[in-house]
Ligand binder design. Structure first.
Ligand code: URA
Length: 420
């Protein structure tokens, strides 16, 4: 076998065998197949797609490229395909844990215009995002919740392939996303998987057709491994909630855990919690959602969050936002018809909230707090957004370009679909 024949076969849109896919993935991992050869192969896949069988085989090969975790505990995992202002995990994990559903989660750092849960949690001074497997399991057993960055050598093939996809314009391929996400979820050992598949300008997928294809494919892969898998398709045309930036998002998460969060964040968290709790406890989604709402309102979810922060060494009193702020106001009256999630994410990164490449330092204190959401009425001179900044700045014009104000009102839909 050789990689040129495999690329050639793919170019002719012929079906690849599992052995051929294995040869490509393992050869790339060992260094025998070079970056330029693998990027040609990934580009062909991006252009021509893969059959479901090929995607299943690719997932299996990636899954077996490294260790898999066996936690020996019944847990439910949730994964977001990434967005702007997406602080969902920080609220959802303690909320479902407060309902007796164990969460043993590995999360990522932010890359590109999207943020990462690990960076957000590390804006809490002292919060530790690494621990031994033994400590991780013990914490889950004791308080039903533990969250760390990458642990063990899980799916090294995805790590290497994802880094190459990131610089070769092949991140948006449906079969490549499906195999990447699902190989990691399967390797981390949860029995049930809930996926928050973001759709919109700030997401990897910006149309419903691709989102449905991706969601259905991930569910099919989950089922193949006997994992109960469900998927919500959710709005990422505008940022989620009002806050974008690490410590600002932790503060918004705390408000939401106290029952005082933005409407969209609260709604999304409740819908995801309903799925996770109903899958784990075998109750209806309505009943699970009612229980989740109760725990947001009665303080139990917030209490579980505090228990979790303390268990991982965090000190909320030290949580800081940038001292310098400026508020941008609207030059006209009307209704907000667009807040470009991608553009806001890129500007937050420019302020220092995100990184361009792995290893870049981030500034946990900077970011934005929106004063308006799509569909809101605004009058001339009213505040649109507040910028929190330290040494890096963005211009008013750059910020204003993220917004569109019209004389008609639109009502955005948060939950675009549900696949099970
Ligand atoms: N998240 C992942 O883990 N992989 C992808 O390919 C896209 C989003």
């Amino acid at each position: 076998m050789n990689i040129l024949d495999i690329i050639d076969k793919k170019e002719k849109n012929q079906k690849l065998t599992k052995e051929e896919l294995e040869y490509a993935v393992n050869g790339f991992l060992s260094g025998e197949i070079k970056d330029y050869q693998m990027s040609a192969f990934l580009t062909e896949i991006d252009l021509l797609g893969l059959s479901d069988e090929e995607t299943l085989n690719l997932t299996d090969i990636m899954l077996k490229s490294g260790e898999t975790l066996n936690l020996g505990i019944d847990t439910v995992d949730k994964h977001s395909t990434g967005g702007v202002g997406d602080k969902t995990t920080i609220i959802l994990a303690p909320l479902v844990a407060s309902l007796g559903v164990s969460v043993a989660k590995m999360s990522g750092r932010g890359l590109g215009h999207t943020g990462g849960t690990i960076d957000k949690l590390e804006s809490i001074p002292g919060f530790k995002t690494s621990m031994s497997l033994e400590q991780f399991k013990n914490q889950v057993k004791k308080i039903q919740i533990a969250l760390v960055g990458q642990m063990g050598n899980l799916v090294p093939a995805d790590k290497k392939i994802y880094a190459l996809r990131d610089v070769t314009g092949t991140v948006d391929s449906v079969p490549l996303i499906a195999s990447s996400v699902m190989s990691k979820k399967l390797a981390s050992g949860s029995n049930k998987i809930v996926i928050d598949l973001k759709v919109g300008t700030g997401a990897l997928v910006d149309n419903l057709e691709d989102a449905e294809a991706l969601g259905n494919l991930m569910i099919k892969i989950g089922k193949h491994y006997h994992k109960d898998t469900a998927c919500l398709l959710t709005n990422m045309y505008e940022p989620l909630g009002l806050a974008v930036g690490n410590s600002l998002e932790v503060i918004e998460s705390i408000n939401t855990l106290k029952g005082k969060g933005p409407k969209d964040v609260t709604e999304l968290v409740l819908d995801l919690a309903a799925l996770m709790v109903s899958m784990e406890k075998g109750i209806s989604e309505e009943e699970a959602k009612a229980k989740a709402l109760e725990n947001l309102q009665n303080g139990k979810a917030y209490h579980k969050f505090l228990e979790w922060v303390i268990a991982q060494g965090g000190n909320l009193e030290g949580l800081k936002t940038a001292q310098n702020t400026k508020t941008i106001t609207s030059s006209k009256s009307g209704y907000i018809s667009k807040i470009d999630a991608l553009a806001i994410g890129k500007l937050a990164r420019k302020l220092g909230a995100g990184r361009l490449k792995e290893g870049d330092e981030i500034d946990p204190e900077v970011g934005f707090v929106l004063n308006k959401k799509v569909g809101d009425k605004i009058t001339e001179g009213e505040a649109l957004i507040t910028v929190y900044y330290n040494d890096k700045q963005v211009s008013d014009e750059e910020i204003l370009n993220c917004f569109e104000i019209s004389d008609y009102q639109i009502t955005p839909k948060l939950i675009i679909g549900k696949l099970k």
